[in-house]
Design a protein around this ligand. Structure first.
Ligand code: ATP
Ligand code: MG
Length: 396
């Protein structure tokens, strides 16, 4: 024996008693997919997951583990035989590689057949280490280095390091959601936070060629790719929005164009959600950020759908959103200057207190349902993966 194993402690899922099995199974599948290119053996029980790996792949495997939701923390442990001498030697060789002044040994003996109690064993190993390591001291209250020994039936885990995982729930424990992904800063962050809650997302981008450029589309593809890190592949639906947008500008009161445009987006989102079996719409709206995000605006816009609309960044400050965008590496893509359909058609005085009656009156001026139908028929779908190997699927 004497192999190394990654021990994974589950995140919040341990609090959900009834669903625990399903959560663990989902996390297991997600990790398996994430590590499919590596030579690993993954096993699990009710409290932890165990990954045996090839030494030379350690760094890359750990990097991938850090990108999986549902992991509270993980350690890289040595797995050795439960023999006193072997354990002592392994502890010594581990600590010889670490930088610290004070240490503490903590033993957990699950195998009661092991003849020495946890306390006694910690003391014994501590003494052995003190004798063999120069200039180190024991500090039981605030040690620089905490050495864990877990004695189980037939083998023992020894580890010092503890890494925090991403937390959240495994992606896939909730029903699918559709993210409205613009090229801006907010919506990719909203997508990340939805994924963190376990919602498997697909993305929808409203495109207004030729008023918006193909560079703007490329931006959205890049952003989807960043999100695909947390879900093995993401469908990006590109909705041809030009005709409906032009019709709005032709027929509606200029002050209401943004409000009406967003009502159309929500209607299309609901149709797409039904078609692709999603149960929520997710977007990057933030209360008060722009005219269409006052609560009055949200009310009239939201009223066209009965589907839950999740706004993960609704109550975040822009600076908080930016901080998260930098952390998930979407910020630099988002600030690229290509215009989006919302920015191209901004009216001079967008209404900030829209009324339902005015919305309805404006919408009566054109046959928006047939426009929506055409949009849905002509949606283009790209399959986006973390690496650059996207495939375009047929238009329909
Ligand atoms: P972001 O809010 O992402 O920074 P933005 O400022 O361009 O981008 P807003 O006008 O604030 O977007 O729109 C609010 C939300 O509506 C966006 O966060 C996004 O979820 C959605 N949205 C806006 N424009 C589009 C679009 N062209 N395609 C898909 N979703 C969009
Ligand atoms: Mg915004």
């Amino acid at each position: 024996m004497n192999t190394r194993v990654i021990l994974i402690k589950y995140g919040e899922l341990t609090t959900k008693k009834g669903n625990r099995k399903f959560f663990i199974q989902t996390l297991y599948q997600n990790i398996k997919k994430k590590l499919s290119a590596f030579d690993v053996v993954i096993t699990k029980d009710i409290s932890r997951m165990y990954i045996e790996f090839e030494e030379k792949e350690e760094v890359d495997v750990l990097k991938k583990i850090r990108e999986v939701f549902g992991i509270y923390n993980f350690q890289v442990a040595y797995k050795v035989e439960s023999q006193e001498e072997v354990i002592k030697d392994t502890c010594l060789s581990i600590l010889e590689k670490e930088k610290f002044s004070t240490f503490k040994v903590e033993t957990k003996r699950s195998d009661k057949a092991f003849p020495i109690s946890s306390m006694d064993f910690s003391r014994m190993v501590g003494g052995y280490l003190l004798k063999n390591l120069e200039g180190k001291r024991v500090d039981v209250h605030q040690p620089d280095c905490l050495l864990h020994i877990e004695i189980l039936k037939g083998y023992t885990y020894i580890y010092t390091n503890q890494h925090m995982g991403l937390g959240g729930y495994p992606v896939g424990v909730q029903a699918r959601g559709l993210l409205m992904l613009s090229g801006g800063i907010d919506s990719p962050v909203a997508g990340y936070l939805a994924l963190k809650r376990g919602i498997p997302i697909d993305c929808v981008y409203f495109e207004s060629l030729p008023h918006t450029s193909l560079e703007a589309r490329e931006k959205v593809i890049q952003l989807s790719r960043k999100l695909a890190k947390y879900k093995d592949s993401i469908r990006l639906m590109i909705v041809p929005f030009t005709e409906i947008q032009e019709a709005i500008y032709k027929h509606c009161n200029p002050d209401y164009t943004i409000t009406i445009m967003r009502r159309m987006m929500y209607r299309i989102m609901e149709s797409l959600a039904k078609k692709y079996k999603a149960l929520s719409i997710i977007n990057g709206e933030s209360v008060g950020q722009v005219a269409s995000q006052t609560l009055e605006s949200m009310y009239v816009i939201n009223s066209v759908t009965s589907m839950p609309v999740i706004r993960p960044v609704a109550c975040f400050d822009k600076l908080e959103i930016i901080e998260l965008a930098k952390k998930i590496d979407t910020y630099d893509i988002s600030i690229l200057p290509f215009e989006d359909c919302c920015t191209v058609f901004v009216p001079k005085h967008p209404v900030i207190h829209p009324t339902m009656e005015s919305c309805i009156k404006n919408e009566e001026k054109f046959d928006y349902l047939s426009f929506i139908e055409r949009c849905i028929e002509r949606v283009e779908i790209l399959n986006i993966t973390e690496e650059e190997q996207d495939s375009t699927t047929d238009l329909f």
